[in-house]
Write a protein that binds this ligand. Structure first.
Ligand SMILES: Nc1ncnc2c1ncn2[C@@H]1O[C@H](COP(=O)(O)OP(=O)(O)OP(=O)(O)O)[C@@H](O)[C@H]1O
Length: 295
């Protein structure tokens, strides 16, 4: 398990990561979610041993994060690629592979297949499309069969098809090889699949829990109910007055804790139509900070 305790980073008077505690268990998908400038990259750079914390500790068993043993156990994909634009995909990958000991060939072959890189091997990395580059970047970060894969906003700038493609590959590989993923993102839909989410704003972790628990705690679902039976509509309105609003004489909008409550209301409502919208992670952020995540 990777554990960060009371981790802070200051630049002069500016505290960009403030007293953060977090844990990364094995075979878990952890998302660190926050707006631009929240401190996500700074946090990840400390966890991968690239940046010295101003205070606090990070441990991985008995390894220190700046040790070479630790670096053999992790993989990192940075926001901007660090591969050589002028070298072929193959040379870029083999150059990296040489740095690791005891990696079996079958793993390398498997990565080439999973990330669909065979037909790109002789292309110069610099000539690839954004989506192709990211596939190479991520395959490269997995060459050492890492126990933890860190992804710092890996899909920024990619279109939805490429984002989905990359996540399909990653989730499949994670199921097979059981590594942990630590993702920073401001794409909400990417963190929906996480086992645990840390929400960070202005350097502070403002909430941390499973997606389900965060939604239960911070987000209301919305039931929009249409009925011609005004007596039934008024009865429901009176009962849920604090959480409901009449849109017109036939339509009531009610904020609820979840689907079960909506079902109960619908049973009693003599409805002709309804819509049920579950709260999203974006709503959690909105509830916590009063602002949109991708503002
Ligand atoms: N070397 C540095 N010197 C001074 N300030 C820095 C330095 N690096 C980062 N910062 C500041 O720290 C804050 C957090 O930056 P960081 O890059 O960690 O945020 P982020 O959440 O990753 O943002 P983004 O989503 O835009 O990448 C920002 O206000 C940034 O300007």
């Amino acid at each position: 398990m990777l554990e960060a305790k009371s981790l802070s980073k200051r630049y002069g008077k500016n505290i960009v990561v403030n007293n953060v505690n977090l844990k990364i268990d094995s075979d878990k998908f952890i998302a660190i979610l926050g707006p631009n400038g929240a401190g996500k990259s700074t946090l990840i750079n400390m966890m991968i041993g690239l940046l010295e914390p101003s205070s606090g500790q990070i441990t991985y068993g008995n390894l220190k994060v700046n040790s070479s043993e630790y670096k053999q156990k992790i993989g990192v994909v940075f926001q901007d690629s660090i591969l050589d634009e002028k070298l072929s995909v193959k040379k870029n990958l083999l150059y990296r592979l040489q740095m690791y000991k005891n990696i079996d060939d079958s793993w390398f072959e498997d990565l080439l297949d999973e990330f669909m890189l065979r037909e790109l091997l002789n292309e110069n990395y610099g000539n690839l499309s954004g989506g192709q580059k990211r596939r190479v970047d991520i395959a490269r970060s997995l060459l050492n069969k890492p126990e933890i894969l860190f992804l710092d906003e890996p899909s920024t700038g990619l279109d939805i098809q490429n984002r989905k493609l990359i996540w399909d590959i990653l989730i499949k590989l994670k199921l097979k090889y059981k590594f942990s993923i630590v993702l920073t993102t401001h794409y909400l839909e990417e963190s929906e699949a996480a086992d645990f989410i840390y929400i960070i704003d202005k350097g502070n972790i403002i909430a941390s829990d499973s997606v389900g628990n965060l939604k239960n705690e911070y987000v209301k679902s919305i039931l929009t109910l249409k009925t011609k039976n005004h007596e039934s509509l008024n009865r429901i309105y009176e009962k849920y007055k604090a959480f409901s609003q009449k849109k017109d004489e036939d339509t009531l909008v009610i904020k609820l804790d979840g689907a079960r409550q909506a079902y109960k209301i619908l049973e009693d409502a003599d409805w002709i139509d309804f819509e049920f919208q579950k709260g999203t992670i974006d709503d959690i952020f909105l509830t916590l900070t009063g602002k949109e995540l991708r503002a």
